[in-house]
Write a protein that binds this ligand. Sequence first.
Ligand code: MG
Ligand code: MG
Length: 267
Amino acid sequence: MIKIKTAEELALMRESALIVSKTLGELAKEVKPGVTTLKLDKIAEDCIRDHDAIPGFLGLYDFPNTLCMSPNAQVVHGIPNNKPLEEGDIISIDCGAIKNGFYGDHAYTFEVGEVSQDIKDLLRVTKESLYKGIEQFRMGKRVGDVGYAIQQYAENHGYGVVRELVGHGLGRKMHEDPEMPNYGKRGKGKKFKNGMTVAIEPMINQGTRRIKQLKDGWTILTADGKPSAHFEHDVALIDGEPKLLSTFDYIYEALGISSNEEDPYRF
Ligand code: MG
Ligand code: MG
């Protein structure tokens, strides 16, 4: 069942989302060659707790850490470890936090040092596909419209769209209805209504869309070993339009990037 949020609940969800946004901004300062994903995990946990919030993933379905840390060919759900990141890597960081009983949950794929142009293209197109999806999250549209927009955009660039993992409704639970696949058919699926809140999160592979899972029971990686990118925003439907609960502003501030990509969707 889809849970419609009141204006008060949307304000609380905005608060939860911004804690995650600020945490990703702190991590943006620390992602560089030599740092371990476990060290970044500790920084994130401290940052979340400093905001009187609780790490959203820690213990959820028995996940062992604060962050999902998925380098290079890992798609999502990677577990932090003591292996240092290397120049030219990418690292997808997915972060969740709970405050006032509501979840924030979003993700960003960072470059480690200088990365190759084909990797930069993968990150750019994946992030652009996220906004193609967000643009469709409006009154009168349906779940399939978001998935279709993401899928078409990514596949037109020759990339693989992961099917087995999807976006989702977000609220007092981390995973609420509806499921938000990154593929689909126009005009199909559940209809969007004001007060809906979702996490839209394309997972886009440079090569095949096929994935496999490590024996740790968590880590998802590409079947062909090519890199994968993951960008996620928390979005509310307000007055018929998509409004971002989350922001990448803190990341861009840390990295010295100027961007107006979020301007049409400010909360
Ligand atoms: Mg996430
Ligand atoms: Mg999510």
